[in-house]
Design a protein around this ligand. Structure first.
Ligand code: GLP
Length: 311
């Protein structure tokens, strides 16, 4: 597992978005070989999606051949409810970029037969060749998607009862009224997550510090499900300094030092290693520049951008 530590949430978001951009570009998706991504509704994803939208606006990334699977959805909430996970990703990403509607997949928490709906979702993931990269987030209790503590590490898409802590945390999306928060959800399983070819986990904030320490320093434990990614051959956690509060100092130093060595050995072009939030203002400048230059030829524009690329 790689642990990438950045100063704050903004820099975590920048690192993650830049990493996703590079992975998608390098994959070179086509209609025959789409890039299949799993997407989270974690709060930090708002910033990640905003940066991806900026990349899209300057022509650096297209989602035409990207297939998305949302990781979870509340039971009984209509898909267009403002607090649904679909609305979250739609508002922050889908509606600003060029995803094809038929490539956006979500679990229908209003389906007549919820078991059948969960099976359909698993089949759909398999039909498109499995998830290439899963962008995940965790709750303070270490849940991934809506796999609450005690979930089976072998689980697949199914219905889960939400932990009281999760209901409390998510009340912010329901006018702070816990009575309005659905108590059931459909979620991809831990095994579904583990079957992804790559996992990128976002962990930010002091309230998730204990979960991060269980993930990195504890053993694999179904009460801290994020720890299951220790068993994945290609998992990366991107966290901020606040989330490292419960880690041993030597753990933090270890992961920071191996990132430095890696950068020295492989170079600054290594995937996702370079760039910081300060690069964002340059991207935004480029967005404005593009808006203003109505006659700009796209090819010329892109090559000029690569000359000034800050990464
Ligand atoms: N299903 C989502 C998770 O995918 C997310 O990671 C978690 C934490 O999100 P936040 O940081 O917004 O509280 O919330 C929900 O439970």
């Amino acid at each position: 597992m790689r642990l990438v530590i950045r100063e704050d949430e903004d820099n975590v978001a920048y690192y993650a978005a830049n990493y996703l951009r590079k992975r998608i570009i390098e994959f070179n998706p086509t209609p025959q070989k789409p890039f299949v991504i799993g997407l989270t509704d974690d709060s930090t994803a708002i910033k990640i999606y905003k940066i991806l939208v900026s990349f899209h606006k300057i022509g650096e990334i297209s989602f035409q051949n990207v297939i998305a699977f949302l990781t979870d959805e509340y039971v009984g909430l209509s898909i267009d409810h403002p607090a649904s996970n679909y609305s979250f990703v739609n508002e922050n990403l889908f509606k600003h970029v060029d995803f094809k509607q038929e490539n956006i997949n979500f679990i229908d928490g209003n389906a007549n037969d919820l078991d059948k709906e969960c099976k359909r979702y698993e089949q759909k993931i398999n039909q498109v060749g499995g998830i290439e990269l899963l962008l995940g987030g965790i709750g303070p209790d270490g849940h991934i998607a809506f796999n609450e503590p005690g979930s089976s590490i072998m689980s697949r898409t199914r219905m889960k009862t939400l932990a009281y802590e999760t209901v409390l945390v998510n009340a912010k999306f329901f006018e702070n009224d816990i009575k309005k928060v659905p108590k059931l959800a459909l979620t991809i399983g831990i095994q579904t997550i583990m079957d992804s070819r790559e996992i990128v986990m976002i962990i930010t904030g002091a309230h998730k510090a204990l979960a991060l320490s269980k993930c990195v320093e504890g053993g694999v434990n179904h009460m801290w499900l994020v720890s299951s990614i220790q068993l994945h051959p290609s998992a990366m956690v991107i966290c901020d300094e606040d989330a490292t509060l419960e880690l041993y100092v030597k753990t933090v130093r270890y992961f920071k030092s191996i990132e430095k060595v890696q950068e020295q050995l492989i170079g600054s072009d290594n995937i996702g290693l370079k760039g910081s939030i300060s690069s964002l203002s340059k991207i935004n400048d480029r967005c404005d520049h593009k808006k203003n230059s109505a006659h700009s030829d796209r090819a010329r524009h892109r090559s000029s951008m690569s000359e000034t690329r800050p990464f």
